[in-house]
Design a protein around this ligand. Structure first.
Ligand code: 5AD
Ligand code: SF4
Length: 454
């Protein structure tokens, strides 16, 4: 009889990862893919044909939970038919919640491998164990184990990359599940980040997006004991040859320092764009959300940013229908939105998250009221976005070309320094380059242009 060892088995297996949620999750998926490819597995874009299906879950809102369970349920039939030849893995934020694990065990006992956000680097080992011992693998950790360095990642783009600089969040906004699923703040060492970015640039990366739930509270310490805050880190990275653009996600307004604002003026490589979640405009609601700033102090920050960098694009996150939100509170949000003039915004209906302080409140806003307010807010944001975009017409913008356009035939798409999506026509071979584009038209969510002379 022919003998097959584990390596042969792995070589024949394909995997597919479905990612729910934010950039952190997307990057975690890139790391999982990198590890599996290194082990000899093969990535496939077709979930229905993959031998191993991985779901990287998000718990930020209830509909993310529901969507995940809906998609997972669709695999039951295939699992019954194919048995051990088909592997189902679930991981990510939802798996850090006990009630989700309980639900998985009782309703989806056929899932093969379950792990959390802190131990995703164990995936290859968990699969080895599964195949060797023919036993389901469940492994969830808390955040006590610290940071694991030097994990490979399979990037989506050759010319740009996400880079984690910190993990977790200490803010405990009263609506948010993240501090419970991602644990307390942990910052990577500055030299580890610098060497990762250096390696990436040698591999063709021109733009990095530094990731953390609240990058402004990055507190790096080198092995020799030297401290570096977020702005120090940006300046260190700016020195790397070949790196042309530095972005970051996400900032908490309470920690946005004057030093960072000044960097927008002085550091050419720092992109003129900031995502600055405001969440609400009413001081009462902001207080109950535990956000630690007021509408006025937020507006002052915006003012400072624009004084330091007049062209800076600003986007935000807003929650509609936080418990106890009155019509007048909501109007404060609308007023703030009008005053800021956002380039874009992610708007969310407040969603009850079990275990957070706001979930226990009895004054939840009725769904129809939330929806009605949500629609009014979206209208306001869209008109602001359209107006901001219109101001670009006639300008020549430097665009980092991501690839062929998903929206237009025979066109490229890319991003300006200020993170505007641009569709434009140009000759072959521009992917991954930074090129000048004359903006000729503007829509609510994107710009249209033509390749310009250098
Ligand atoms: N309901 C609605 N939106 C939420 N967010 C976080 N928690 C909730 C919740 N329970 C939004 C916030 C945050 C973004 C990532 O998700 O606006 O900034
Ligand atoms: Fe959640 Fe607030 Fe932390 Fe953002 S800062 S992840 S909203 S707790």
């Amino acid at each position: 009889m022919e003998e097959t060892n584990l390596t042969d088995l792995i070589h024949k297996k394909t995997f597919n990862i479905t990612t729910f949620g934010c950039q952190m999750n997307e990057h975690d998926s890139e790391i999982m893919a990198g590890m599996l490819i290194e082990k000899g597995y093969e990535q496939t874009a077709d979930r229905s044909k993959a031998d191993i299906v991985i779901f990287n879950t998000c718990s930020i809102r209830e509909n993310a939970d529901k969507r995940f369970f809906g998609t997972l349920g669709q695999l039951k039939h295939r699992k019954e038919e194919e048995g051990d030849a088909f592997t189902v893995c679930v991981c990510g934020c939802m798996m850090q919640q006990q009630h989700i694990i309980d639900q998985l065990k009782s309703k989806y006992p056929w899932v093969d491998v379950v792990y959390g956000t802190h131990n995703l680097h164990h995936l290859p080992e968990l699969l080895d164990n599964l195949y060797e011992e023919k036993k389901k693998q469940l492994e969830i950790w808390d955040d006590a184990e610290g940071i694991v360095e030097n994990l490979p990642a399979k990037r989506l783009f050759k010319h740009k990359s996400f880079v984690n600089i910190m993990y977790g969040c200490n803010n405990f906004c009263s609506y948010c599940i993240v501090p419970y699923t991602r644990g307390r703040e942990r910052s990577r060492r500055p030299e580890d980040i610098v060497s990762e970015v250096r390696r990436l640039t040698l591999d063709g990366v021109k733009e990095v997006t530094l990731l953390g739930q609240n990058v402004n509270s990055y507190k790096g310490q080198s092995a020799s004991g030297e401290a570096a805050d977020f702005t120090d880190l940006i300046y260190m990275l700016a020195e790397i040859e070949g790196l042309e653009r530095i972005r970051f996600m996400t900032s908490h307004p309470k920690d946005l320092s004057d030093k960072l604002i000044e960097a927008f003026r002085t550091c050419d490589k720092l992109c003129k764009y900031i995502h600055l979640p405001v969440q609400a405009g009413s001081d009462k609601v902001l207080k109950e959300m535990n956000r630690k700033y007021t509408g006025q102090s937020y507006l002052e920050l915006v003012d400072k940013l624009r004084r330091a960098c007049p062209d800076i694009a600003i986007s935000t996150d807003i929650i509609v229908g936080f418990p106890g939100e009155t019509e007048s509170d909501f109007e404060d949000t609308l007023n703030l939105v009008r005053k800021v003039g956002y380039d874009s915004a992610f708007t969310f209906l407040y969603s009850v998250r079990q275990g957070t302080p706001a979930a226990a409140r009895e004054d939840q806003v009725p769904e129809e009221v939330k929806h009605e307010r949500f629609n009014r807010l979206v209208e306001e944001i869209n008109s602001s976005s359209a107006e901001k975009n219109k101001a670009y017409i006639g300008r020549v913008e430097k665009v980092l070309v991501d690839g062929v356009s998903r929206n237009r035939d025979n066109a490229y798409e890319g991003r300006t320094d200020s993170f505007k999506l641009v569709n434009f026509e140009g000759p072959e071979g521009l992917e991954g380059q930074i090129v000048p584009v004359r903006i000729t038209g503007a829509n609510t969510f994107s710009l249209v242009g033509q390749l310009a002379e250098e």
